[in-house]
Design a protein around this ligand. Structure first.
Ligand code: LUZ
Ligand code: MOS
Length: 766
């Protein structure tokens, strides 16, 4: 299996936004952003900036010709601040200059007088004060309250998970070029070209047809560019609209870190009830989502948190409530998993805490409660094609869990200062956008007269390999070689009304649309062949391996000849098709329905070795049995799984977003925000492609793969926790991710209480 972008990637020839040729007369933009997390703007002085040589203009909210509003779900997000600033890094003004350097220098010459307002960074505090983005929601199955009474054991606790910086290699950016009659051609590093088009049109006050958005590829998105590419695109477009000059802005890393939203931190309370035979009878959970300053995608993320409250377990009595809490942080946004991982961390914490209280293995509780075929989810859907137990037992047997345990026990018995820990992490992730209307896509196929094929879909290539999969779909449907297929850029003029490339559903949705287009073309071409070859009614005609076959024999018409013939006969060689996922629905009044086309399952075994002197650790292995269905590209799918696992481990163990009480991001550079590097990658990642049937709704029965494997990373947290408990068996450990080496060290030495250490003068005065 191959990967279409590999050649240009390794040669450095792949074109990202900042590699596109720059048009003569291009101006450069840079944002002046709020230096405080919350306050009332008293004055803004940019006269010094304007007088700097090379500075062309400073734009503020007053220059907006349409709406100063970019909120997609809730209209609560101004593009540029007017009266108040709501987070540290909120855009206030945009400098436009002849060069990138000048624009950035001029930003430093701007000054705002801002009267401070109280800063809230904690979601529980925001909730207590009534600062909610949307009303809370509750999903229910059975009667948890009553069921707790019948449980032999009831355990309560709290779990906190941190945010996560997307850290796409390519930072946010946009480049707007004015064309005739007010049209703007806009290059954007976005997962959602239509979202960008819609937002720009709204801010400029022009029809969407005035804005053409084009995307070559992204250097990573991970959800960070599902909605948040919109603001940069709107800002440069506003400048282009006002000045009729090309305007470009590519954020520096520190600008991106400061101004863009991240994965939502969550703080949650849980209560879990079990019977003596370890069946979970009742589960109650309350999620406090830290949404940041505005809604962005938070309500949708919150919804997916509720959907995944049970992870992969059947819990007959479940009540899950979620609050989306407004705080003075950059608006948090989509991030691989979209609220699902946060929910799954809580149920895994509840199970771990229950296991410790009962003195049983966590795996015994996990194993006893795995979903089975036909089990009802708390949102009304039933498990169909359930692979939970299959994945679990396959992982146990294939990787010889008993042996791995024995090795760890032996190691721990013979090592005083190094301890091993193991955890199992089963997952279940629902595939479909939870908003039904987003589950649609289209494709446009042109067959050129030489037999080469141009394919456009709404899918955005962001390193995940979707272009490769689309090429495979087209090549297989048309039965031509991959070299005949070219994947075009993602462009709103060719493909309108796209959903963002997100929710792991991009290959399914766009691939199905592409299949429909190719099927129609094939039917048309076969009709041409029938006439050309004078085939009788009762004879079968097929297109296969670049030629026409009649009754299973070569018919004497090759692909290029067939295409020429069709063209001569004036047959349409282009086709546009649209696909909408059938059979999905959800009723938000009852919170019941069938929101997902299918689920993806899997189980990981994670092993870690902990250095108990230093608190440092190495992940020995992540061994996975994963439900890929009939993988259409094992290289792409393995790459997605490995990358997601490492990203999940980063979220759970390393990546520590630190804000001070004033709401300023302290971990604002790669020197202070640690993401997994090659040394943090597990020594071994063994991903087994379990033989599963896939789903009719998955493209070529190859199941969605983008997000589900991220959640194996949660196993890293619990493996590490088990290693700590091997050193201090009676440790009272909280559930608080990320479990950084610093936190691990403190957990290893519970007698050492850092709150007893005198605070430094610097910290006290901060
Ligand atoms: N984006 C979205 C997503 O808008 N809706 C979703 O359900 C979703 N799920 C996962 C990732 N992105
Ligand atoms: Mo995403 S979190 O699939 O943009």
């Amino acid at each position: 299996m191959s990967f279409v972008d590999a050649n240009t990637h390794v040669r450095g020839e792949s074109l990202y936004l900042d590699d596109l040729p720059v048009v003569t007369g291009t101006l450069y933009a840079c944002v002046y952003s709020s230096p405080v997390a919350h306050g009332r703007i008293r004055s803004l002085d940019y006269t010094a900036a304007l007088t700097m040589p090379g500075v062309v203009r400073v734009l503020t909210a007053a220059d907006i010709t349409g709406e100063n509003q970019i909120g997609g779900i809730v209209p609560d997000e101004p593009l540029l601040a007017t009266d108040t600033v709501d987070f540290w890094g909120m855009p206030i003004a945009l400098v436009i200059a002849e060069s990138d350097e000048t624009a950035r220098a001029a930003v430093h010459a701007i000054q705002a007088e801002i009267e401070p307002l109280p800063v809230i960074t904690d979601p529980r505090e925001a909730c207590a004060q009534g600062h909610l983005i949307v009303p809370p929601r509750t999903f229910r199955l059975g009667d948890a309250e009553a069921a707790f009474g019948a449980c032999d054991f009831v355990i309560e606790g709290r779990a906190d998970s941190g945010g996560q910086e997307h850290l796409y290699l390519e930072t946010h950016g946009a480049y707007a070029i004015p064309l005739e009659n007010g049209h703007i051609k806009l290059y954007s590093s976005t997962q959602g070209p239509t979202a960008v088009q819609r937002t720009v049109a709204r801010v400029l006050g022009v029809p969407m047809h005035q804005i053409e958005v084009d995307v070559t590829r992204l250097g990573g998105g991970f959800g960070g560019k599902e909605d948040q590419a919109n603001s940069w695109a709107a800002l440069v477009s506003l400048a282009t609209h006002r000045l009729r000059r090309p305007v470009k802005y590519v954020l520096h890393r520190m600008e991106d870190l400061r101004m863009s939203g991240k994965r939502h931190p969550y703080s949650s309370d849980f209560r879990i009830g079990l019977t003596k035979d370890l069946k979970i009878q009742a589960y109650q959970v309350t999620f406090y989502q830290n949404a940041g300053a505005s809604a962005d995608l938070s309500p949708a993320v919150m919804e997916r948190t509720l959907f995944h409250a049970n992870n992969t377990y059947f819990i007959p009595n479940l009540t899950a409530t979620a609050y989306s809490c407004r705080t003075n942080l950059p608006s948090n946004t989509a991030f691989r998993g979209f609220g699902g991982p946060q929910a799954m961390f809580v149920i895994e914490s509840a199970i771990a805490k229950a296991a410790e209280a009962l003195g049983v293995a966590t795996t015994d509780i996990q194993r006893a409660n795995l979903l089975q075929e036909g089990d009802e989810f708390h949102y009304g859907q039933r498990a169909e094609g359930c692979e939970a137990l299959h994945c679990w037992t396959d992982a146990e047997e294939r990787f010889d869990l008993a042996q791995l345990r024995q090795e760890a026990d032996d190691f721990n018995a013979h090592n005083a200062l190094n301890k091993k820990g193991i955890a199992m992490m089963p997952i279940c992730f629902g595939i479909s956008f939870t908003k039904k209307w987003m589950n649609q896509a289209s494709a446009l196929v042109h067959i050129y007269t030489d037999g080469s094929v141009g394919v456009s879909t709404g899918a955005v290539e962001m390193g995940q390999g979707v272009n490769m999969k689309m090429m495979q779909v087209a090549a297989q449907c048309l039965s031509v070689g991959l070299e005949r297929i070219r994947l075009e850029t993602t462009n709103t003029t060719r493909i309108a009304n796209t959903s963002p490339s997100a929710a792991s559903a991009t290959s399914d949705l766009n691939g199905k649309a592409l299949q429909l287009a190719c099927q129609t073309l094939t039917e048309r071409l076969i009709a041409v062949a029938r006439i050309k070859l004078g085939v009788k009614e009762n004879q079968t005609v097929q297109l296969q391996d670049e030629q026409i076959w009649v009754d299973g024999q070569p018919g004497g018409l090759t692909w290029p000849q067939l295409i020429q013939e069709a063209y001569q006969q004036r047959v349409n060689l282009s086709e546009h098709a649209h696909y909408a996922t059938p059979d999905i629905h959800f009723d938000t009044t009852t919170e019941k329905g069938h929101p997902f086309a299918y689920h993806v399952y899997g189980t990981a075994i994670v092993g870690v070795t902990l250095n108990c002197l230093r608190g440092t650790y190495v992940f020995d292995y992540v061994k996975v049995s994963h439900d890929f269905g009939k993988s259409m590209n094992t290289l792409v799918d393995r790459g997605q799984a490995e990358g997601a696992i490492v990203q999940g481990i980063g979220w759970m163990t390393l990546e520590d977003l630190q804000y001070n009480a004033a709401g300023k991001l302290l971990s604002n550079a790669l020197s202070t925000y640690k993401i997994p590097d090659i040394y943090a990658v597990p020594q071994e990642i063994d991903v087994h492609f379990l033989d599963t049937p896939g789903s009719d709704y998955a493209i070529m029965r190859s199941k969605a793969v983008g997000e589900p494997p991220l959640m194996y990373g949660i196993g890293a947290y619990f493996a590490l926790r088990n290693a700590i408990r091997a050193f201090v068996p009676d440790a009272e450990l909280s559930f608080s991710a990320p479990l950084t080496p610093e936190k691990v060290l403190l957990a290893l030495y519970p007698a050492f209480n850092p709150t007893l250490v005198p605070q430094t003068a610097g910290k006290a005065s901060a």
